[in-house]
Design a protein around this ligand. Structure first.
Ligand SMILES: [Zn+2]
Ligand SMILES: [Zn+2]
Length: 355
């Protein structure tokens, strides 16, 4: 089968051809169901994630060549004899969680599978491929009225659900989201449904500000052409936001939330940041005087069943417009970096694209 692989890790945006990351379509063995609870999925779509460029840099130290991609949807084509728990059948349209924590270690048993040190098949079942084999525990049947093209947004939606779980938001809280990329937009939509008010998007790209307003933001701030702190104080009557979610992942933006958060408020850092960067923090001011809670997220434990419930209520049309066939995956990544689209998705099997 065809599978996109990193054959030379590096920066996907590097201009020097001798240093640039090389990704290419390889012909690899089709994965088969071996274990009794395994499910083989024919992949319809896999969406490009902001974490993929980090994976292309080989941040997880994998052996070359290795695959990428985790935001998938598809149909079940084979399964082991013990796949019984969720009533899954061959032909079912599904999406799911690429991570499979062991279930038995201290962290898994202590309510935090995101810290599992024994993830099973981690990274070895890539989504930019024609087929993948996952365990039943990772697979969820999608509702009849959700297309496979929309369903590849289940995993990013689970991240938004987790973000809202972690940011202590209460009904009526004033909330700002800094960064209007896909995860920022999804988080904003879930926050709106959770009762956020004075909901504000802070984002330099006009198209993304407009999209946020279309899906529920009450205010939009362009950080390149206005003073974010001043605008935030105007919006919140001088109080600041009860919750600020930072989703840019840009080290240059990390201190803004400290300036616009309310006393007693919460800041959630939701992006992936440069591992070398260290943010200065005035502990006396931020933590003692203003009693701000600072927190983060890592993947989305226990969020898939709820993300599935939310999928129908999300506005996802603008997320799935740019589609490339698997053969053109390299071009898809080039398009991704142009930032013309909120999301770029890859169709891995054209014959099931319209299911
Ligand atoms: Zn992702
Ligand atoms: Zn574990």
């Amino acid at each position: 089968m065809k599978s996109l692989a990193v054959t030379r890790p590096g920066d996907l945006r590097e201009t020097d051809p001798d240093k640039k990351c090389i990704i290419e379509i390889l012909d690899v063995d089709e994965p088969q169901v071996c274990g009794p609870t395994e499910v083989k999925i024919k992949i319809a779509y896999c969406a490009i994630c902001a974490s993929d460029p980090h994976v292309a840099m080989n941040c997880f130290n994998r052996e070359v060549p290795y695959g990428m991609g985790h935001e998938i949807s598809g149909i079940i084509v084979d399964m082991g004899p013990e796949v019984k728990t969720k009533g899954l059948k061959i032909g079912d349209r599904v999406a799911g969680n690429f991570l499979r924590p062991c279930g038995w270690c201290y962290h898994c048993q202590n309510g935090h599978p995101e810290f599992c040190k024994h993830f099973i098949d981690e990274g070895t079942a890539p989504g930019y491929a024609q087929y993948v084999v996952w365990d039943e525990s990772q697979v969820w049947k999608i509702p009849d009225d959700i297309t496979l093209r929309t369903a590849c947004m289940l995993e990013p939606t689970s991240i938004a659900v987790r973000a809202v779980d972690k940011c202590n938001v209460m009904v009526g809280n004033r909330v700002a989201v800094q960064g209007g990329g896909p995860i920022g937009q999804l988080t904003l939509q879930v926050l709106k449904m959770r009762g956020a008010t004075s909901l504000t998007i802070i984002e330099p790209i006009e198209k993304r500000r407009e999209l946020a307003k279309k899906s529920g933001a009450d205010y939009a701030i362009d950080p390149f052409n206005s003073d974010v702190v001043e605008e935030s104080m105007k919006i919140t009557g001088g109080l600041g936001f009860d919750v600020v979610v930072e989703v840019t992942g840009n080290s240059k933006c990390t201190e803004v939330p400290l300036q616009i958060v309310a006393e007693g408020g919460t800041i959630l850092y939701l992006g992936m940041y440069n591992s070398e960067y260290e943010m200065p923090l005035n502990i006396q001011d931020v933590l003692y005087t203003r009693n701000v809670t600072i927190t983060g997220t890592k993947v989305a434990p226990y969020c898939f069943p709820r993300a599935l419930q939310m999928l129908k209520r999300m506005q996802l049309e603008d997320f799935t417009g740019a589609v490339f066939p698997l053969d053109n995956a390299v071009e898809a990544f080039e398009e991704y970096f142009k930032m013309n689209n909120l999301k770029v998705i890859i169709c891995c099997n054209e014959d099931i694209a319209d299911l």
